[in-house]
Design a protein. Structure first.
Length: 135
């Protein structure tokens, strides 16, 4: 038996299939997950109840992920949120651009369960949240 930090994760993903798979994977890992398909929904959700982590695609339909990060950083309720960028398109500087644009982590698609688990464990350890026991 081992413990891990329970985090609330908001997934912002325009692709319905990816959104479903990410949510299922994180729920199976023991995280509390909510999902939205665009930036406007993400901002509304964060205003109501800020998660610990926002995992967002950079290429959103309504707003670029970098703009979403900027908008979230302006919300008082989002001051402690950790932002994780994902992207299926990669150009040479995308990770540096994401990190400079307000994201703390970057994951290139296709993303493995191990990659997500590692990033969320780092975030959980840093936040020192409530521990839950896993069997």
């Amino acid at each position: 038996m081992h413990s891990k930090i329970a985090l609330r994760v908001l997934i912002v993903e325009p692709n319905d299939d990816f959104r479903y798979v990410f949510a299922l994977l994180l729920e199976l890992m023991g995280y509390m997950v909510e999902t939205v398909g665009n930036a406007a929904e993400a901002i509304n959700r964060v205003k109501k109840s800020a998660p610990d982590v926002v995992l967002t695609e950079l290429n959103l339909r309504d707003v670029e992920g970098l703009d979403l990060a900027s908008q979230l950083r302006l919300l008082p309720s989002a001051k402690d949120i950790t932002l994780v960028a994902t992207a299926s398109y990669i150009h040479p500087n995308i990770e540096a651009i994401a990190l400079k644009g307000g994201f703390e982590y970057f994951l290139a698609k296709p993303i493995t369960g191990e990659q997500i688990a590692n990033v969320l464990q780092l975030i959980g350890n840093r936040k020192g949240g409530k521990k839950i026991w896993l069997h």
